[in-house]
Design a protein around this ligand. Structure first.
Ligand SMILES: Nc1ncnc2c1ncn2[C@@H]1O[C@H](COP(=O)(O)OP(=O)(O)OP(=O)(O)O)[C@@H](O)[C@H]1O
Ligand SMILES: [Mg+2]
Length: 156
């Protein structure tokens, strides 16, 4: 597969099956010989060892094991809305950093499913762009690659 693709996995709510679907996609692609890497750009609920259950599940289903900082640039301790968890830690979710990590992952694997956090309308920050989660996960640059983030045109 020459056309490297990202898939944005979102849902109407938390605990709705995003990781389940992302892992199913990873396994299905791997069975066809396609290399896959998953990304969870923002995760709320990181344990004392700095690990998040979703990130570990996605890594276990991926073809390779890149640095966790690429797979999950933003992990927060509290399992609450990410912009609140970030504020509690005095941090801010920067969309360009997410886009850069995704761009790197897309150079490493043929397909990169990207799992959103919480439900579709969960904001990542106060900026209006942060209220369009597909934009947060979408790659900068080539519009041809943005089809997977068509949901980003929806407004919450
Ligand atoms: N299609 C399915 N059939 C049966 N069980 C499912 C299905 N999809 C998800 N589940 C179960 O529902 C629960 C939540 O699924 P999952 O962790 O994938 O949700 P999520 O949307 O990723 O949650 P989070 O918001 O925490 O990231 C899990 O226990 C999972 O095994
Ligand atoms: Mg999940």
């Amino acid at each position: 597969m020459n056309d490297r693709r990202g898939w944005f996995i979102t849902g109407t709510d938390t605990e709705i099956g995003k990781t389940f679907v992302a892992c199913a996609l990873l396994h299905a692609f791997r069975r066809t010989g396609v290399s896959v890497l998953a990304m969870k750009p923002v995760a709320a609920g990181v344990d004392a060892h700095g690990l998040n259950e979703d990130v570990e599940r996605l890594l276990a289903a991926s073809s390779m094991q890149p640095a966790r900082t690429l797979v999950n640039p933003y992990g927060f301790r509290a399992a609450i809305a990410p912009h609140i968890a970030a504020a509690e830690e005095g941090r801010r979710i920067e969309l360009p950093q997410i886009a850069a990590a995704l761009a790197t992952l897309l150079t490493m694997a043929d397909v990169v499913p990207v799992e959103g956090v919480g439900g579709f309308c969960v904001p990542l920050g106060a900026d209006p762009r942060h209220r369009r989660p597909g934009v947060a996960a979408g790659p900068a640059g080539d519009p041809g690659r943005r089809h997977a983030w068509a949901a980003s045109t929806m407004r919450c």
